[in-house]
Ligand binder design. Structure first.
Ligand code: BGC
Length: 247
């Protein structure tokens, strides 16, 4: 069995577990810690160090970390829901120094997309698949015939003159106390823009709220089938772990 650790850093929480990357099963309980206020690099790195200490993987076990920003060659190039100090930072190196080991460092929604391809709703699906995560922000993974096109950032598409995630993320629903129906109207507009631009064959909806998919997915009328992520909120952990092991 090949094991790896997956760590999923989000705007609200940081989660980690040891994973069987052949089957996509979690081998330990999921450790979850609130993201430190302000989302500053040094504070987030410290939380990740503590989670790894708790999981205590052997030195031969690979570690994958996913993060809510554009990641190019280990550098974080954006920061929508974390401190702006991340912009331009050599984040992968920072984690490697603190953890005293090599890691794989990728965008969070990309990790979730890879997990759904390997173990979930996008397994053996040909054509264009778009996964969106509805959480603190909106993340996206664009997949064509099982291959990921990284860093798509479709949560920042402009819809009605506004950054889409500000109106249509799960956080927007919570912040504005929107009913499922009202939120679904915003999602409908958002996914119409996504469809007009990318003509996906399948849309997958992830993030914690995807466990309540029956409350809002049936309200959406789109050309492509739109389905909940199968791995729910563990997709980031599983994808980061899987990417740590395979290119
Ligand atoms: C960020 C993305 C991230 C998404 C979900 C967005 O605000 O720009 O990089 O994938 O949130 O966390």
């Amino acid at each position: 069995m090949t094991k790896a650790v997956g760590i999923d850093i989000g705007g609200t929480g940081i989660k980690g577990a040891l994973v069987n990357v052949e089957t996509g099963e979690l081998l330990t309980d999921r450790i979850k810690v609130d993201t430190p206020d302000g989302g500053r690099p040094e504070d987030i790195v410290q939380v990740v160090v503590k989670i790894i200490e708790q999981l205590n993987p052997g030195s031969d076990v690979k570690v994958g970390v996913c993060f809510p920003a554009v990641v190019i060659k280990g550098r974080t190039m954006s920061a929508a829901n974390v401190s702006k100090k991340w912009i331009g930072l050599e984040a992968e190196k920072l984690f490697e120094q603190a953890l005293k080991r090599d890691i794989r460092f990728v965008n969070d929604a990309d990790a979730a997309g890879v997990a759904e391809v390997r173990f979930g709703a996008a397994k053996n699906v040909d054509g264009v698949v778009i996964l969106t995560t509805l959480g603190t922000g909106i993340g996206s993974a664009l997949i064509y015939n099982g291959v990921l096109v990284p860093n798509t950032e479709l949560g920042h598409l402009e819809v009605d003159g506004t950054d889409a995630e500000k109106k249509a993320s799960y956080m927007a629903k919570e912040r504005e106390n929107l009913s499922w129906e009202k939120w679904a109207k915003r999602l409908q507009k958002y996914y119409e823009v996504v469809e007009a631009l990318f003509s996906p064959d399948l849309i997958i909806v992830g993030g914690g709220v995807s466990k309540s998919y029956e409350d809002f997915l049936p309200l959406l009328k789109l050309r492509a089938p739109i389905v909940p992520a199968q791995l729910r909120n563990n997709a980031g952990i599983l994808g980061a772990a899987a990417l740590a092991v395979h290119e």
